[in-house]
Design a protein around this ligand. Structure first.
Ligand code: E4P
Length: 217
């Protein structure tokens, strides 16, 4: 499973990159707004693209297909590894097809249902992002939608890759890996939790204490 980091924060991206496990990054207007005052939108994206060895999703805000393509083409000028995040709406589906014709990779975002995922795959989306956390929030199992999308993409050999998104905790990553999702985009605080285990901490402490005894003999 590929690991993307779900943030626009440069310090977090740098720190995660030192682990050597990053395959890409996802941003959105909310994540970008949290970095306000730290540089222009394009400077922040350029820096992210220079750190991350893989696709970096940048989202369009236009609501019409032509506007999305116009914005997307501008975003692509920032760096070679920018890919365009387009919402799963009617105009978004059109735009995905238009981007595909231009050879521009897309990430169909704000996906909440299998039907949306089928449409964007047929339109030629490179990635689809089901938002598992937000689906859980309204009382439905988000990971079930991922399972359904995987089954149908398999049935019809759709090439669109699934990015498990809106990840809130380590259990989401665990389940995404078990069901074989292509990608999981993970906030920095969750990446940190993946490595921590209390028994490992206790074990390290005990080994160090015992090693100390050996040295003192
Ligand atoms: C994915 O690409 C989105 O940026 C993100 O996962 C949304 O997560 P949220 O529901 O926590 O805002």
């Amino acid at each position: 499973m590929k690991f993307f980091i779900d943030t626009a924060n440069i310090e977090e991206i740098r720190e995660a990159a030192t682990l050597g496990i990053l395959d890409g990054a996802t941003t959105n207007p909310t994540l970008m707004s949290r970095e306000k005052g730290k540089g222009s939108f394009s400077d922040i994206l350029k820096e992210i693209c220079s750190i991350v060895p893989g696709p970096v999703s940048a989202e369009v805000v236009a609501l019409d297909a032509e506007g999305m393509v116009r914005e997307g083409k501008e975003l692509c000028k920032i760096a070679d590894n920018i890919i365009i995040k387009v919402p799963c709406i009617r105009e978004g589906v059109k735009a995905i097809g238009m981007f595909k014709k231009e050879g521009i990779d897309t990430n169909a975002t704000l996906c909440f249902s299998l039907n949306q995922a089928i449409l964007v795959a047929k339109a030629g989306a490179t990635f689809v992002s089901p938002f598992v956390g937000r689906i859980d929030d309204v009382g439905s199992p988000g990971m079930e939608v991922v399972r359904e999308i995987m089954a149908v993409y398999n049935n019809y050999s759709f090439a669109t890759q699934i990015i498990v998104s809106s990840v809130r905790h380590a259990q989401h990553v665990y389940e995404a890996a078990l069901i074989g999702a292509d990608v999981c985009t993970i906030p920095f605080n969750v990446i940190e939790k993946l490595i921590r285990h209390p028994l490992t901490d206790v074990g390290v402490e005990r080994f160090l204490e015992d090693w100390d005894k050996v040295q003192k003999k």
